[in-house]
Structure formats: structure tokens, C-alpha cells
Design a protein around this ligand. Structure first.
Ligand code: HEM
Length: 211
């Protein structure tokens, strides 16, 4: 068994702050949107908490972005530029999650410090972090003070459009967390990837080490 340092401290701090924050935003968002179904706290508390957590996560996002922009670890997010190679590797990974894993086959991806993501993760995390998360924060900011940002809200098609985008993304993130936590439990032991995101070190099995 070999230990590989793959999650630097700033990424771990960002990740767990973000994870806890997202769960709280989803819970408070549920109450704000579906008031007749969920009343965990008073409506006012839900709104104030939702706004504050939103601002904390916007600031936190810049820890993640800053770390990657100013370190060579950005390489973990560099895409595979050959479409053939990319799709072949993605197909292998899908085959593993959908079939191979149930037959005890080894994971086709072998992580290293600069290639810690499999092709599906690298694509998904990029879409999430560079498009969906910023879009959610931006629409959230507009909804926080509609009067102040009225010209931007109007330019985007009005309050209904901005609000619909925010709620649709909320549904996407709720689904993402479920899939993400399931996939994160598919390491060589169910807790392996969670421990790695806490300690920074991923344990590599001898069979994988061989590659
Ligand atoms: C709610 C509980 C969550 C748990 C238990 C969890 C767990 C994990 C684990 C174990 C990893 C490292 C292994 C891997 O890449 O699969 C990881 C990575 C990652 N997670 Fe999560 N996660 C959670 C929520 C979130 C949320 C809400 C987001 C974004 C909206 C997110 C985005 C990411 C990203 C982008 C990475 C890669 C980070 C990097 O190294 O740059 N996670 N997560």
C-alpha cells in the first residue's frame, strides 16, 4: 500500500466548507421556495442564513480558484485534447461504473498527483466549478437585492428568468450531491476517497501501484 498526496490543504478547506455550505443552502432554499412544505426555522432566519452562507461560499470559491490559478496543480484540470483518446477513456470509465465494478474488475483510472481525476470527473468538475457554481452564485447575488441589480435582472429577461435559473440549478446540485457522494464511495474501500479529501492522502493498492 502506497500513499499519494493528491488533495492540497487549500482544496480540502474549500471542499468541506463548500460541502457543508451547499447542504445548508439546499435546506434553507427548500424552506424559502416551498414554505408550505418545510418550516425548519422561521422564514426570516431561513432567508438571512441563506444569504450569509451564500456570501461565505462565494468568498470560499475564490480559495479554490486562486489556489488552482496560482499553482501548477491546475494541471489536474487540463483536458485531454485528443477527442478519440478522451472518449475512449470516458467510455472505459462508464463501463467500469456500470458493469466492471460489479464483477470486481480494477478501476481503469490510476490516480497520480497531477492526474488525480478520471476523464468523467475532470469534465464534470470543470462544468460544475466553471459554469454551474458561478451561475448559481451570480443569480443568487441578483436575487439577494433585486432592486439594486434591477438593470442586470431586466437585461437577463426579468425576475422570472433569473429565479427559474437559480431554482433549476438548485435541483441540479441536489442531484449532483447524491451522485457525487455515491461515486466518492467507490474507492478501494467505501471510505477511502472521503479519508483522502480529509487527510490529503489517497492510499493506492498494490495492484494499482503496479501500473
Ligand atoms: C455533501 C457532501 C459531499 C461529499 C461527502 C463530497 C465528497 C468528495 C470527495 C470524497 C472528493 C474527492 C474524491 C473525488 O474526487 O471523488 C470530492 C471532490 C470534489 N468535490 Fe465533493 N463532496 C460533497 C459535496 C460537494 C459539492 C456540493 C460540490 C460542488 C458544488 C463538490 C465538488 C467537488 C469537486 C469540484 C471535487 C474535486 C476537487 C478538486 O480536487 O479540485 N463536492 N468530493
Amino acid at each position: 500500500m502506497k500513499k499519494l498526496y493528491i488533495h492540497p490543504l487549500p482544496v480540502r478547506i474549500w471542499h468541506w466548507t463548500n460541502a457543508v455550505g451547499f447542504v445548508l443552502l439546499i435546506l434553507s432554499g427548500l424552506q424559502i421556495r416551498y414554505l408550505d412544505l418545510f418550516q425548519w426555522v422561521t422564514f426570516r432566519t431561513a432567508v438571512v442564513a441563506h444569504n450569509w452562507i451564500g456570501f461565505v461560499l462565494i468568498a470560499n470559491f475564490f480559495i479554490w480558484l486562486g489556489f488552482y490559478l496560482f499553482s501548477d496543480k491546475i494541471k489536474v484540470y487540463h483536458p485531454e485534447l485528443s477527442p478519440t483518446k478522451y472518449f475512449q477513456a470516458s467510455f472505459k470509465q462508464i463501463q467500469f461504473y456500470g458493469y466492471g465494478i460489479f464483477r470486481g474488475e480494477p478501476n481503469p483510472h490510476h490516480p497520480s498527483a497531477y492526474r488525480k481525476f478520471n476523464p468523467l470527473q475532470s469534465m464534470m468538475y470543470q462544468i460544475i466549478m466553471m459554469m454551474l457554481v458561478p451561475a448559481q452564485f451570480f443569480t443568487g447575488l441578483l436575487l439577494w437585492d433585486v432592486a439594486r441589480f434591477s438593470s442586470i435582472v431586466e437585461a437577463l429577461g426579468g425576475l422570472r428568468v433569473v429565479d427559474t435559473v437559480h431554482v433549476l440549478l438548485f435541483i441540479v446540485f441536489s442531484g449532483f450531491i447524491v451522485v457525487h457522494v455515491y461515486l466518492a464511495s467507490l474507492g478501494h474501500t467505501p471510505s477511502a476517497h472521503f479519508k483522502a479529501m480529509l487527510t490529503g492522502y489517497e492510499e493506492i493498492e498494490d495492484e494499482e501501484e503496479h501500473h
